[in-house]
Design a protein around this ligand. Sequence first.
Ligand code: PMP
Length: 441
Amino acid sequence: GVFPALGGTEGSRSWFERAQASLAGGISSSARLTSTGPHPYPLYMTSGSGARVRDVDGNEYIDYLVSYGSAVLGHASPLLTDALTDVLRTGTMFGTCNVPEVELAELICRMVPCAELVRFANSGSEAVQGAVRAARGYTGRSTILKFEGHYHGWSDTLAVSNRPTTAEAGPYGAPHAVPHSPGIPPGVVDDVVVRPWNDPAALRSALDAHPGLAAVICEPIVANNACTMPDTGFLDLLRQECTARGIVLIFDEVCTGFRTGPGGAQTLFGVIPDLAVYSKALGGGLPIAAFAGRREVMEPLASGRVKHGGTYNASPLCATAALVTLRALNDPAVTGRIDETGRRIMETVRRAAHDRGVPCAVQGVGAMFQVVFTPDGSPTRQYRDLLTADGGRYDAFRHELLKRGVHTNAYAMACWFVPAVVSDADLDATCRAVEDAFAVL
Ligand code: PMP
């Protein structure tokens, strides 16, 4: 097998081979191809309980992917299983207004500083589109600014310059807007301005050159750039400039939302955007997303002038899952536990790397962090810094962890997501696996 210390992964290999015949590329999301990491096929997970997942060959892993942060209360959480079993018995969806969506919106308005009105969707990509539609409708403008390397889903408008190669990325201070895929019309990309993250001068030059921006969107902690953190003051600068120029500031909190604390990144950094987008941890493992914000900016949507729809939006099944999850995450002890768990792993990586003389940055916060093998071990500040990191070493590190039963994100530019339910024994085992992995790196 590919994972010699495990029982082998032949089952995953054969399912992936079989999948080629009927599933395009053998996968259901482009990101899952990168889930192969250094391996020629992805792992097929079949069950999970708490912080552990099990693959089709019966190998068990402590899981720090947790469905990209979604299963924040762990897999098969009894809290969710009980509540959702009731909904399964009484009807999952009516396509009508329902009670849990109201209770959920009320809870989000209590937890999230910017949230005065909420709308629900089914995925992060959809909710980001909703927020951008709302911003464009509110301002009557079309052009938006995003940051190089930030990921906001696969929609035409947003799948721009999230992973440009050095060859296509263009000048540092004013990068090209690079469509992520064939099939994205140039006319759509023309409405997107791209700038490097954490660069006040580059930001101001864009705002001066494009006075008619509808929105500036960012990941406040750039989960999709290995948890690159905002420089001190950079989010405040975004807030000031957007306020001064009548631009809608959107925080994409799809990854940071609720797991970095009940109020997400906006509470963590004390910077309140006009709109914020949520998914992942919101649903606790079921597909639900939301965008929320200031009453004035959401008003065109509330009045019905700006349209947004969705058959599945806030189904009783998914709204109930989100209610249960948010009620749990609203307890600071729960997000505190997530943070402590992650910080202990981060510290262990730092110490192991230091002891072995391996340069690397351990960046992010406890709830979401990444290990980046930068040449001198300094943290990344921008997307282009990540292109200088040693991806091969990341793959090797991840492989060594997998062999020791620790499952992490295959993608070096993504990050670890910490669930709330890692037991003390599993945390110890994780830290031992980290130490042992560094010993053989
Ligand atoms: N925004 C961010 C910050 C994300 O990380 C993602 C997904 N990784 C999305 C948006 C898109 O969410 P989804 O995959 O649910 O469409």
